[in-house]
Design a protein around this ligand. Structure first.
Ligand code: C2E
Ligand code: MG
Ligand code: MG
Length: 487
């Protein structure tokens, strides 16, 4: 690094000024401003003292506007620039779009990787964002989030900007030892539609981001969303009460062996039998349970109930039956899961290989190393591991190879359009062929017609599950079906 020339009786006024400034700034947050000035302009000591003074002031100003980690604008500079952008938009009757960009489950990711690698992800993302925004856009970092302000002539322009960001979505961040998959969440608010001051607009785009589904989609702020937040809080409380009051039940959907036509096992699917609202679908309450952490006690309830039920059917002589239970992403990050599963297996005295845990690619990818570690330790105990909704996530074989998988479940979205849709047909054939060659069992879900069944049989699929055979139903309705043949 360059150092200012040491003062000597003959030193030029400019060199002397640099020395004085250097002493002045040492230890302050502007120390780097002088250093970088000297690096960029090594012959600055030959400029006039006035020129040096102007240069250092400029450099200090830009340093005070920048965030040290990423070099993007910091929050105070962001507020200033946004306020000017809003003033301009007010005059020209134009719009300003504010995007808040966050990384899905970033806290967990950073906890598992360590702060240094977490910082590296933020720096990498800052670099990617800088590369896609226009020079006149306002890009800042606020802790773990990025804020992008853009003057646009129409709201549809957001689509265009988001499509430019698309390449970064679900991207693999290159790192030294491991590669990390990230999924971005984007929330948008618009001046003047959602507010007319900076604070309001930032808060609204942040609220919208928290509701964003992740992946390649963004979410606009709306008043409806604010109401949504209230409803969700209420639902968290209702789930908690529901767990205490025993409002949750487990339904079972048979899986049919395509070779023999008999039931080989079940998938356990949770149901909320709400006293006033009737039956609520898991796709409504599981996301809220996940957000609030309640999916852990709920998941344990489903696991225990399903294992106790399976044991009853085993005791009736159907020892070959197995039970598949869905695992939420949070359960795959919770060290306690291994012990919980062990305890339940011990309580029910089930063979571990009769239990199958269904994970989805996206839930396993949130914290890959942890998920691999926990699943490996469950697999070691003999428990089966299925990848649910296969084909809809990253489907990255290089990742999947590292998971101790025993079963692939072909997602119902591919089965739905069989046999007519050629794309689906090819995907289904490929997944089943690949699964077989890797030694996995294959199960197709969402089978509703005999034509679909025929295609799956030809493809060599092991088992099927769907409304063609049975909807998910309570245990007492399953018992009479146990000896049924589905040929
Ligand atoms: P999933 O694990 O992929 O479950 C399959 C879903 O497809 C179930 O929806 C099932 O009822 C439905 N299904 C089965 N056969 C057919 C068919 O032939 N046609 C159609 N259209 N649908 C069919 P369900 O029960 O509403 O569950 C939705 C999702 O909620 C599940 O998807 C799973 O991701 C989650 N879920 C359910 N129970 C639990 C649970 O105990 N824990 C966790 N973490 N998630 C659960
Ligand atoms: Mg499932
Ligand atoms: Mg599924």
């Amino acid at each position: 690094m360059s150092h200012p020339p040491s003062p000597s009786p003959e030193a030029s006024p400019s060199a002397a000024l640099l020395t004085t400034l250097s002493g002045f700034l040492r230890g302050t947050r502007y120390e780097g401003s002088l250093q970088s000035l000297l690096v960029c302009r090594p012959r600055i000591d030959q400029d006039s003292p006035e020129a040096i003074f102007t240069a250092i002031l400029e450099s200090m100003r830009s340093n005070s506007e920048r965030d040290a980690l990423t070099g993007l604008l910091n929050t105070s500079a962001l507020e200033e620039r946004l306020a000017s952008a809003l003033a301009l938009a007010r005059r020209h009757k134009s719009k300003v779009v504010l995007l808040t960009i966050g990384i899905l489950e970033f806290r967990d990711l950073r906890d598992s990787l360590g702060r240094k690698k977490g910082d590296w992800i933020l720096q990498w993302l800052a670099q990617q964002l800088r590369a896609v925004v226009r020079k006149e856009d306002i890009l800042a970092r606020d802790q773990n989030e990025f804020i992008l302000g853009m003057a646009v002539s129409k709201v549809e322009d957001v689509e265009y900007i988001v499509s430019k960001l698309k390449d970064i979505f679900s991207h693999i961040v290159p790192m030294m030892e491991e590669h990390v998959l990230i999924s971005l969440m984007i929330g948008a608010s618009i001046y003047p539609n959602d507010g007319n001051n900076v604070d309001d607009l930032i808060a609204k785009s942040q609220t919208a981001m928290r509701r964003s589904p992740g992946g390649c989609q963004y979410q606009f702020f709306s008043d409806e969303m604010q109401r949504g937040a209230k409803d969700r809080l209420q639902m968290v409380q209702d789930i908690r009460d529901g767990l205490d009051r025993g409002e949750f039940a487990v339904y079972y959907q048979p899986k049919i062996d395509l070779l023999t036509g008999t039931i080989l096992g079940f998938e356990a699917l949770v149901r909320w039998l709400h006293p006033e609202k009737g039956m609520i679908s898991p796709s409504v309450f599981i996301p809220v349970a996940e957000e609030s952490g309640l999916v852990i006690p709920l998941g344990t309830f489903v696991l225990r109930t399903a294992c106790i039920q399976l044991k009853r059917w085993h005791d009736m002589g159907h020892l070959h039956l197995h039970m598949a239970v869905n695992m939420a992403s949070q359960q795959l990050r919770d060290d306690a899961i291994v012990q919980v599963v062990e305890e339940i297996l011990a309580e029910t005295r089930l063979f571990p290989d009769r239990l199958e845990l269904e994970i989805t690619e996206s839930s396993a990818m949130v914290n890959i190393e942890k998920a691999i570690q926990l699943l490996a330790s469950l697999r070691q105990r003999g428990i089966q591991i299925a990848v649910d909704d296969f084909g809809t996530g990253y489907s990255s074989l290089s990742y999947l190879k590292r998971f101790p998988i025993t079963t692939l479940k072909v997602d119902q979205s591919f089965v739905r359009d069989l046999p007519g849709d050629l794309d689906s047909l090819e995907i289904v054939n490929a997944i089943i062929a690949m699964g077989r060659s890797l030694g996995f069992k294959t199960v197709a879900e969402g089978v509703e017609t005999l034509a679909q069944e025929a295609v799956l049989r030809t493809a060599g699929c092991h088992a099927v599950q769907g409304f063609l055979y049975s909807k998910p139903i309570p245990a007492q309705e399953i018992t009479p079906l146990l000896n049924k043949s589905y040929r």
